[in-house]
Design a protein around this ligand. Structure first.
Ligand SMILES: Nc1nc(=O)c2c([nH]1)NC[C@@H]1CN(c3ccc(C(=O)N[C@@H](CCC(=O)O)C(=O)O)cc3)C=[N+]21
Length: 298
């Protein structure tokens, strides 16, 4: 039997409709809408494509959106000054600096410069810290892990006591999703294993997973024989593996061999149309929350 496809594109529609309704209410009650500033440094095609999607989505839910594109050679001090400007702008509730940044800029310094109350990526150490202590009380959850958790919950996958294996240990995905799934919380309570490039037997660990979350950035890394029959497979990989000659669009491939895996898994997320769209939906949710906090609603 082939797996049920968990569609990020579909779940996103529901979430964006909820957000749009809340924006309308905010407008009536406070005469204000959530404001998001997206800062893009340089012209990396992947980054340009993601930022364009973020801006488009923000506008579609009625946000005030500032797309601030900066040249590749911007000085670090100027970027920090720009962040400060948005930190002090009362119409901006969320600031997103698209990563990665050029080598001459210290990413850590940039993230630390964002006011944690406007850090809708949840990359600032203050937000990472509150996630560690209790995700149920965290102001912002990082967008990709939050999207993954929504997909797991909304697809009806039980998590309590489930074996979750996370492939990858990045600050953006692997580490936070592992922490979130292990928390004492109704949508978590799982037993979590983190595996990575130095793990001795990746396949053996993956085979135990009731929920396999793959965020390694290696196209087709996970083979169908690594998947436990009936498992839920969440593929976080968005690898640009080539270009479609006719459309000029990038060809995206996940970290899981999707066609083979869907014959074994119980549920699986596609690439594209899986975790990616959810990441953007959760960014909108964080921006809405930032505005709700600023207006004393939460
Ligand atoms: N400060 C910061 N915050 C981020 O959240 C952040 C970042 N930097 N840097 C890069 C990663 C990657 N990321 C994605 C967002 C959307 C899709 C997405 O929507 N993907 C579509 C396809 C998009 C396309 O066609 O290019 C899909 O999978 O269906 C993918 C990846 C956010 N990131």
């Amino acid at each position: 039997m082939t797996a049920k496809i968990i569609s990020g594109t579909e779940i996103r529609k529901t979430i964006l409709a909820e957000i749009k309704a809340d924006v309308e209410k905010m407008k009536i009650k406070h005469g204000k809408v959530p404001g998001l500033a997206t800062i893009l440094v340089g012209k990396d095609p992947g980054s340009v494509s993601y930022v364009t999607l973020k801006v488009k989505t923000a506008l579609s839910v009625g946000f005030h959106e500032i797309q601030d594109d900066q040249p590749e050679d911007i000085r670090e001090a100027d970027l920090l000054a720009l962040i400060d400007k948005y930190n002090n702008d009362p119409d901006i509730h969320g600031i997103l600096v698209q990563l990665p940044l050029p080598k001459h800029i210290d990413e850590k310094k940039v993230i630390n410069a964002i006011n944690p109350d406007k850090d809708v990526d949840a990359f600032h150490p203050a937000n990472v810290g509150s996630l560690m202590i209790c995700c149920d009380e965290a102001r912002f959850l990082p967008c990709t892990p939050a999207g993954i958790q929504e997909m797991i919950v909304r697809s009806g996958t039980p998590t309590c006591g489930a074996e979750v294996v996370v492939v990858g240990r990045s600050n953006i995905v692997g580490k936070p999703i592992a922490m979130m799934m292990a928390q004492k919380s109704v949508c978590a309570n799982a037993t979590v294993t983190i595996v990575h490039t130095k793990t001795k037997d990746l396949a053996a660990h993956c085979k135990h997973a009731d929920i396999l979350i793959v965020a390694a950035g290696v196209p087709g890394l996970v083979k169908p024989e690594w998947i436990k029959p009936g498992a839920t497979v969440i593929d976080v990989g968005v690898n640009r593996v080539g270009m479609n000659e006719t459309t000029g669009k990038a060809i995206l491939k996940g970290d899981v061999d999707f066609d083979a895996a869907k014959e074994i898994a119980g549920k699986i997320t596609p690439v594209p149309g899986g975790v990616g769209p959810m990441t953007i939906a959760m960014l909108m949710k964080n921006t809405l929350r930032a505005a709700q906090y600023a207006l004393g609603e939460l």
